[in-house]
Design a binder for this molecule. Structure first.
Ligand SMILES: Cc1cc2nc3c(=O)[nH]c(=O)nc-3n(C[C@H](O)[C@H](O)[C@H](O)COP(=O)(O)OP(=O)(O)OC[C@H]3O[C@@H](n4cnc5c(N)ncnc54)[C@H](O)[C@@H]3O)c2cc1C
Length: 187
C-alpha cells in the first residue's frame, strides 16, 4: 500500500496493535488506518508508546478524533507515502516531501470476520451469537465439502483446540475428496 511497506513487514511495520504494542514501549509510532480498528489500535499503542501519531485513510467522525486527541495522540493531515529505513523502519516521507522519524508503523484497516465472509456464500453460523461457523464432529459445515476448524468455530480460542480440529477437518476433507473421486469413477 505504501512505498516499501512489504520490505519492512516485521521490521517496524505491524498489522496488529494488540499483538505488537508491547514492543514499542517508550517509542514513536504512527497508526495508519480507518474505522474502529485504527482508533482501537492507536488507543492501545498510547498505553505503551511514548508518542503516537495517527493518519486516517478515510475521514474519521469528530467524536472519534476527540477520543484520540484527549489522550494526546497527534492527528496528521499530511499523507505518508514512503517508509524510510535501511534494515528497519526509521520514519516516513509525506506527500509534501517532509519527513517524520518513527520506530514503528501500524497499519490498521480492520479485518472481515466470518459473518461478512461466510454468510454470503451460505455457510451456517451458530444460531446464538452468529459469530462462529457451525460444524459437526467431522468439522463439516452445512455446505458439502466445506470444512472449518480453529477459532472460526468458536471458543475456547486456543492453539490446542485449533490443532486438534485442524487434524479432524483435514482428514474429513481428504475422505470427502476420495469419495467424490470414487463416485466419478462409478459414473
Ligand atoms: C496475542 C495472542 C496471544 C495468544 N496466546 C495464546 C496462548 O498462549 N495459548 C493458546 O493456546 N492460544 C493463544 N492464542 C490463541 C491462538 O493463537 C489461536 O487460538 C490460534 O492461533 C487459532 O488458530 P487458527 O488456525 O484457527 O487461526 P489463526 O491462527 O488466526 O489463522 C488464521 C489464518 O487465516 C489467515 N486469513 C484470515 N483471513 C483470511 C482471508 N480472507 N484469506 C486468506 N487468509 C486469511 C490469517 O492470516 C491467518 O494466517 C493467542 C492469540 C493471540 C492473538
Amino acid at each position: 500500500m505504501f512505498g516499501q511497506e512489504e520490505r519492512f513487514v516485521g521490521k517496524g511495520v505491524s498489522y496488529c496493535a494488540d499483538c505488537d504494542a508491547w514492543f514499542y514501549r517508550g517509542k514513536k509510532v504512527l497508526v495508519i488506518g480507518d474505522g474502529s480498528a485504527a482508533i482501537h489500535g492507536a488507543k492501545i499503542l498510547k498505553k505503551f508508546a511514548d508518542k503516537v501519531y495517527f493518519y486516517g485513510l478515510k475521514p474519521i467522525p469528530e467524536e472519534f478524533l476527540s477520543e484520540l486527541t484527549a489522550v494526546s495522540i497527534e492527528i496528521l493531515s499530511k499523507k505518508p507515502v514512503e517508509i524510510m529505513g535501511d534494515n528497519e523502519v526509521k520514519g516516513v516521507v509525506f506527500d509534501d516531501g517532509t519527513q517524520l522519524e518513527l520506530d514503528g508503523i501500524f497499519i490498521e484497516i480492520g479485518a472481515k470476520g466470518p459473518i461478512e465472509l461466510l454468510a454470503p456464500i451460505g455457510i451456517e453460523l451458530d444460531p446464538e451469537t452468529f459469530s462462529y461457523v457451525k460444524v459437526d464432529r467431522k468439522m463439516q459445515t452445512n455446505v458439502q465439502g466445506v470444512f472449518a476448524c480453529g477459532d472460526l468455530t468458536g471458543p475456547p480460542l486456543q492453539l490446542a483446540k485449533a490443532v486438534g480440529e485442524g487434524c479432524v477437518a483435514g482428514l474429513s476433507a481428504s475422505d470427502y475428496v476420495k469419495q467424490v473421486l470414487k463416485n466419478l469413477k462409478e459414473v
